[in-house]
Design a protein around this ligand. Structure first.
Ligand SMILES: [Zn+2]
Length: 291
């Protein structure tokens, strides 16, 4: 699929070819900073790719063998939400093997998942007894509704049409419901110093790369309010080591930035953070995404 010459998030016309990664073209919007893989792989190509991903995993390590990491992530994420939300009905888009849904069920939530890969969905059902619908979120959301929370953990960057998924997520939420999205974050200092820097550039797995500005525009256009960003450095050890190596390599260029921001830990995080968790609310007075 070849995307149009207009930015699908901010509708600006200043999009142009920016990078080439693993043979894929990545385009950038000069207005909101969004980057996208263009042209995008077909649904069939993606299904084939995910089937092999869940079978063999990244770096040859099977997804299923990273059990401890998945459990730890699920526990951390459910604790993050428990501090902020009451119990209710959860939709987890891109639920993979269902660890997060399971943790949320233990915490009293009623959970349903969406997963593109049939094999991964099967593991989730058998392992945790959770309910999972298989297919593209773009299609499945049309038949759903009545949720208090929609979560997308490291999923939005994988979607072919995040604009449609976010708009539909707004529609499937009850009034006052929340959306929680985690993804990579472009726009940090590293990226301005090292051209093309981001561990998130990983097509065909990742197709969309957001700045905070682009994410805010996307959520507000769908109708979400009270948008909150929690920025952090990438949590995986492998990525952290890789990141330190890259930083050292460019240390002379980075020193002035580090000195500027190091007076306040929060500033430093905001300057170099490569991941973000974003929260948005559906206002209590509105029922759907129509304007
Ligand atoms: Zn844009």
């Amino acid at each position: 699929m070849i995307l149009s010459a207009q930015c699908q998030v901010c509708k600006g016309n200043a999009i142009s070819l920016d990078l080439k990664v693993k043979g894929f073209d990545i385009w950038r919007c000069a207005d909101c900073g969004l980057r996208i893989v263009n042209p995008q792989p077909s649904p069939r190509e993606l299904q084939t790719w995910y089937a092999s991903f869940f079978a063999s995993g990244i770096e040859g390590q099977a997804y299923a063998q990273q059990e401890e990491q998945h459990l730890e992530f699920a526990r951390r994420s459910s604790r993050f939400l428990a501090r902020r939300l009451e119990h209710g009905r959860l939709l987890d888009i891109g639920c993979a093997h269902g660890h997060f849904m399971h943790e949320m069920q233990l915490a009293g939530w009623d959970s349903i998942g969406i997963e593109l890969d049939e094999g991964a969905a099967d593991v989730a059902r058998k392992r945790f007894g959770v309910e999972v619908s298989v297919g593209e979120a773009e299609q499945l959301l049309k038949t759903m509704g009545g949720f208090d929370l929609v979560t997308m953990w490291a999923n939005i960057e994988h979607l072919r049409d995040p604009v449609s998924v976010i708009t539909q997520s707004f529609s499937v939420l009850r009034k006052g419901g929340k959306i929680v999205i985690s993804t990579g974050r472009l726009g940090g200092v590293l990226e301005s110093v090292i051209r093309g820097y981001s561990m998130w550039y990983d097509p065909p797995q990742h197709l969309w790369y957001f700045t905070q500005k682009a994410m805010r525009i996307l959520l507000e256009a769908a109708g979400f309010t009270e948008i909150e960003f929690h920025v952090s450095l990438c949590g995986h050890l492998y990525d952290s080591i890789w990141e330190v190596c890259r930083i050292l390599k460019h240390s002379t260029l980075l020193v002035p930035h580090v000195l500027t921001y190091s007076s306040d830990k929060r500033n430093l995080k905001a300057a170099v953070g490569t991941e973000m968790i974003v929260l948005g609310s559906k206002p209590a007075g509105r029922q759907d995404g129509s304007r």
